[in-house]
Design a protein around this ligand. Structure first.
Ligand code: SF4
Ligand code: SF4
Length: 142
């Protein structure tokens, strides 16, 4: 588990589909297209000039740098609140679960148990769960 990927809300970036599924897919697509000679003909394909560097970037750097470094919804109220309060993860906040989590739990039901685990058993148990999921190829959106 890498600290920089722990999101305020309790999600873990490396288990998000953007990192767990899309980045590897971009890598494969880039590699296969390059092997097939796309780089040599890209200039003759409308839109290719924008697409190719974009795909290369996705394959090499990924599309997301982590919630704490600025990826994710730029208007996320949870992040804004946690930063203002100086809270590293909402599960550790005195006001948890606050109203911001009502909609959140509908979209990510497992977040309720995950954050409960963090509150009751601490960071090591939470991190072990994230690592275990990652090793199995898990992503929040399937
Ligand atoms: S931007 Fe908000 S919703 Fe997205 S991972 Fe960060 S805290 Fe969670
Ligand atoms: S009040 Fe606490 S739990 Fe709610 S969003 Fe802000 S930091 Fe997170």
């Amino acid at each position: 588990m890498d600290d920089k990927y722990t999101c305020y809300c309790g999600l873990y970036c490396e288990n998000c589909a953007v990192m767990a599924k899309i980045k590897p897919a971009a890598k494969t697509l880039y590699k296969e297209m390059k092997k097939a000679g796309f780089e040599e003909i890209v200039q003759f394909i409308p839109g290719g000039d924008g697409f190719w560097p974009f795909l290369k970037d996705m394959a090499e750097k990924g599309t997301c740098i982590s919630c704490k470094d600025g990826s994710g919804n730029p208007r996320c109220a949870v992040r804004a609140c946690a930063k203002e309060k100086g809270v590293t993860m909402c599960a550790l906040c005195d006001s948890y679960p606050c109203g911001h989590f009502d909609a959140f739990f509908e979209g990510y039901p497992m977040l309720k148990q995950d954050n409960q685990l963090l509150r009751e058993k601490g960071m090591d148990a939470w991190a072990a769960l994230q690592d275990e999921r990652r090793a199995k190829g898990f992503s929040y959106t399937g």
